[in-house]
Design a protein around this ligand. Structure first.
Ligand code: SAH
Length: 257
């Protein structure tokens, strides 16, 4: 990643003999290959750029997208609230652009497993291109062209993450696939979707710790006397709904109903 003075990110896949060009001038890839992170380089026009490996956040926000993605602020909370841990078997639907997938692959580590269902074969190809660019050989990833509304053939799973239009339709399948103690998480732009999901989760009493929340990311502007929140922020991305699977036979009563 090349960072300019304005904080703009340029992602470059380095190859011997390659050349990077932007409006600030050009650079030879050979001058960057093998170099330390955090170094300064000068372009052909004398402008300074900083060299880093991209953070996953930088990569996710800059990679090509063909769907909406789960934004990093929500990914961070999803990983913690759904308790995605090293060694876990995680099922994700749909794959989309592969942004959340990368975060999951990293969180479960090489001892874990991420299984992704996606109905659009063209999206699978595009997402794989994104994933391989950041993580060249993710051996712990399995992608299936499969409609999750039809069922979950891969089981048992520890964690189930849903980013699709009708997550409540997955709840009956989650009952069969999620191990007792397993977590379900659903990312839904509309509160109506979240509500329908919660109703489906509560209906049979097989889930507990059911919670819906949203996250706000508000960076601050910090310059001399101007120390205040930035004036514009993303007002809404999605609601996050979580639930925990009980053991068969254990029934969750709902004290508020
Ligand atoms: N979380 C992804 C974006 C997912 S977009 C990211 O961060 O990049 C939603 C995806 O779900 C789309 O690619 C869509 O094709 C897929 N999808 C929709 N319904 C589905 C279903 N029933 N089974 C599997 N995938 C589905």
């Amino acid at each position: 990643m090349l960072l300019d003075g304005q904080g703009n990110r340029h992602l470059v896949s380095l190859r011997t003999g390659g050349r990077f060009v932007c409006h600030r001038g050009g650079l030879l890839h050979d001058d960057l290959i093998g170099s330390e992170e955090g170094r300064q380089v000068r372009t052909s026009t004398g402008q300074v750029l900083l060299v880093f490996r991209p953070r996953l956040i930088d990569f996710s926000l800059e990679m090509p997208r063909h769907t909406g993605i789960v934004y990093p602020k929500d990914q961070a909370v999803l990983l913690m609230w759904a308790d995605v841990y090293p060694g876990a078997t995680v099922l994700e639907a749909g794959l989309g652009s592969g942004s959340l997938t990368l975060a999951l692959l990293r969180a479960v580590g090489e001892q874990g497993r991420v299984v992704c269902y996606e109905i659009r074969p063209d999206f699978i190809q595009l997402a794989l291109t994104n994933i391989r660019r950041f993580m060249p050989t993710p051996a712990h990833l399995l992608i299936r062209e499969h409609d999750i509304y039809g069922g979950i053939p891969d089981k048992p799973i520890d964690r189930l993450l849903l980013d699709l239009a009708e997550p409540w339709r997955v709840v009956p399948h989650a009952l069969e696939a999620l191990r007792p103690g397993g977590m379900l998480a659903a990312y839904t732009p509309s509160i109506i979707q979240a509500q329908q999901t919660v109703e489906a989760l509560e209906r049979g009493g097989e889930f507990t710790q059911i919670e819906t929340l949203e996250t706000f990311y508000r960076p601050w502007y910090m310059r001399d006397a101007a120390v205040r929140p930035v004036q514009q922020m993303v007002a809404h991305t999605a609601f996050l709904t979580f639930a925990r699977r009980l053991a068969p036979g254990a029934w969750q009563w709902h004290p508020n109903r």
